[in-house]
Design a protein around this ligand. Structure first.
Ligand SMILES: [Zn+2]
Length: 359
């Protein structure tokens, strides 16, 4: 289940609470990706404070001030942690049961650390170290716009990452502490970095991918993924929708998200879990269109998922792929967008799908 704070953020983001929090700042203006305003943390009237639409965070590209809404309230209204939390809690109507300043602080440090590292990884992908990897992605048929939009990165290794963070002025002790807390040093062959955000959009983990492999071996975590274990991948992008497509594989989900015909979430090789369903249900998702691919293993996962969805009182349907395609990534690469649109018209109800397989 999402934490209380995550729930509060999800609800407030859905109500455009940014406007309430930041609307009175000088030079405040909204745009497609969020809003921008003059920064209250340094003396300047130019709008340099970025307020994201899809996550409860701010960032000033001049003085480097960054944090989440709780941090903002504490810094600008002189509230302590509990008072700031109370303010967000009452605005959202969600009661707080687990208010621990230390956990909030740890998570905030984690997201800021991962955002910095990921900025490094995206630049690496588009420069010399990432050249081969980028070429491998292009040779699978993806264009520049797709790769950029997917926010992929290149992971050069833990030492290079540590050096970069130190060069950015992060204190050595902090970097070491965060590395030992969240980093997993394996994943050496999994050089493509996929950012994994929680349901409120905060960057909580980094997944590594080896583009030369298929199925679950293609993925290995670069960081500890505990905070997002129960969050379907890209759930934060499905705000305001009750219906989502569910695919296996994070790369596949990103790809479908770029096509943007319908909201999509991704799950790992363990299938759709009860935890995923709880988080998605809180998020407002009611209907899951399963597109987990072909083969006996995939059929079993689809069947299990249908059972769990029904048990939770939610709706399931299935989007079958033509038999020769193992998964959605293969289908999209071998066909064209119009074929994918056709798939959307051939969605079967869970009953139909099960009946066809039981007969
Ligand atoms: Zn600033």
């Amino acid at each position: 289940m999402p934490t209380d704070l995550e729930k509060i953020y999800v609800r407030l983001l859905g109500r455009n609470h940014q406007q309430e929090l930041f609307g009175s700042l000088v030079e405040y203006s909204q745009h497609a990706q969020g809003a921008i305003a003059s920064c209250p943390f340094h003396a300047d009237s130019m709008p340099t404070l970025i307020l994201y639409r899809d996550r409860p965070e701010y960032f000033c590209f001049v003085c480097g001030a960054r944090g989440d809404w709780l941090q903002y309230l504490q810094n600008t209204k002189s509230l302590n942690f509990s008072k700031a939390l109370e303010e967000l809690s009452s605005a959202s109507g969600i009661e707080i049961r687990d208010q621990q300043a230390s956990i909030w602080r740890e998570n905030l440090e984690r997201t800021q650390f991962l955002e910095s590292a990921h900025t490094f990884f995206t630049t690496q992908l588009w420069s010399a170290p990432g050249r081969e990897t980028l070429h491998a992605v292009f040779s699978r048929g993806y264009g520049m716009e797709e790769v950029e939009g997917m926010a992929l990165g290149f992971y050069p290794g833990p030492n290079e990452t540590r050096d970069y963070l130190l060069s950015q002025g992060c204190p050595r002790d902090d970097v070491d502490a965060l590395f030992s807390r969240v980093w997993i040093s394996a994943a050496e062959a999994h050089r493509i970095v996929i950012p994994y955000r929680d349901s409120a959009g905060r960057l909580m983990g980094l997944m590594g991918m080896d583009i030369s492999r298929r199925g679950s071996v293609a993925y290995a975590p670069i960081t500890d993924m505990t905070p997002v274990l129960e969050t379907p991948f890209l759930l934060y992008r499905c705000r305001g929708h009750e219906e989502v497509i569910v695919v296996e594989g994070f790369f596949d989900a990103l790809l479908l998200d770029r096509i943007a015909l319908k909201p999509v979430t991704g799950i790992g090789s363990d299938g759709l879990t009860t935890g995923h369903l709880e988080t998605a249900a809180f998020f407002g998702i009611r209907h899951f269109i399963l597109c987990l691919g072909n083969g006996p293993g995939k059929d079993r996962k689809t069947r299990d998922a249908i059972g769990r969805i029904r048990e939770r009182g939610l709706e399931a349907s299935v989007m079958p792929l033509p038999g020769k395609f193992g998964d959605i990534d293969e289908f999209i690469r071998s066909t064209c967008l119009d074929h994918f649109k056709k798939l959307l018209t051939r969605i079967e109800s869970d009953h139909e799908w099960l009946r066809a397989r039981n007969s």
